[in-house]
Design a protein around this ligand. Sequence first.
Ligand SMILES: [Zn+2]
Length: 342
Amino acid sequence: MRGALGLMLASLVAAVLICGVWLFTSSRAQQNAPQTVAARMADPLPPAAAKLSPKDDVTVTAALPEKPAAPVAVAQKPSSCANPDALGVSRVVEIDPTGGPGFGFEHFKQLDFLGDKEVVLTFDDGPWPGNTPAVLKALEDECTKGLFFAIGKHAMYHPEILKQVLAAGHTVGAHTWSHANLNSKKLSEQQAKDEVEKGFSAVKLALGTNPAPFFRFPELQHNPAVMTYLGTRNIAMFSCDLDSFDYKKNSSADKVVQTVMGKLDKLGKGIILMHDFQKHTADALPTLLRRLKEGGYKVVQVTAKAPVTTLPDYDEALTRELKVPAVSARPVSTVVQTVSQR
Ligand SMILES: [Zn+2]
C-alpha cells in the first residue's frame, strides 16, 4: 500500500513537471510566433529581396521616397567620365512624340522646354567617315550627349559609324533618305512621304534597332502635308533655335565657334544646329564645347519615350534593294553627289 502511494505521488510529481515544461515551452513558442510569421511573409519575396537581412529590409523600406522617382535621369557626370571638368549633361528630357510635336524656335514657338543657359547639341547629315568619329570623340572628351539626324543613304554607306553613335549613348533620329527638299514642287506628296519612311527604315537597318521618332526636314524646309503626315506617324519634328552655318562655303572652325557663341549670348539658350558631316564642325567642336562650359551653358540630352515604328513595306523594299549586286558594286562617288545641304 505504501509502495502504491509512493508510486502515485511520484507519478503526480512527474505529471506536474511535464506540465510545467509544456507550459514554459508553449509560452516561449507564443513569444516567438510573430517572428515566425514575419519569416513566412518574407518567403514570397524575390531572391534579391529575400537575401536582405531584416535590418537591411527596414533600411531599404524606410529610404523609399513617397513619390516614385522621376523618369528623367540626371547624368551630369557619369562615373565613366574621365574629365573632372567636363561639360557633361545637366538634364535628360524624354519626349513623347504623340501627334508629332515640333521643337526649335525658328519654326515652332509652342513647345519651349529649355531653361536659361540650356542648349541641345544636334548634328545632321551623317554618318560620315572622319568627321562623325571626330565629333564623337569631342563629345566623349566632354562627357556630353547629342542628337543626330542621319541621312538614310549615308547610314547605308557607313552603318558601322552610325552604330558607334548609338553605342556612345547619343540619340539617333532621321533626316530623309536622300536629303531631298520636301518642299520642292518637283516632289509629289507620295515621294515626300517615301523620303521620310525610307530614311527611317535605312537608319533602322544600319543600327539594327529602331531609331528615335525624331525627324528634321532637310534645309529646314517644312512641307505642311508632310508635317501633318508626321503627326499621324507620331514622329516629332526638330527645327532649331540657332544655326551654326557650318555648311557655308566660307565657314571655318573659328567661324562656327563665333557664330554659335554669338547667337547663344543673345538668345541665352537654344537647340543648336550643326553637321557631323562637316569638317568645320568636327574641327570646331572641342573649342566650342569648352566655350560652352566656360560660358556657364548646360547641355540637355534629348531622348524618346519609345522608338519609332518603321513601316514593314519600306523595310522590306530597302532590304531587297540592297541585295541587288549592281548597287553595291558601284563606288559611292558615282552614285551620290551632294548637291545641296544645310
Ligand atoms: Zn541636312
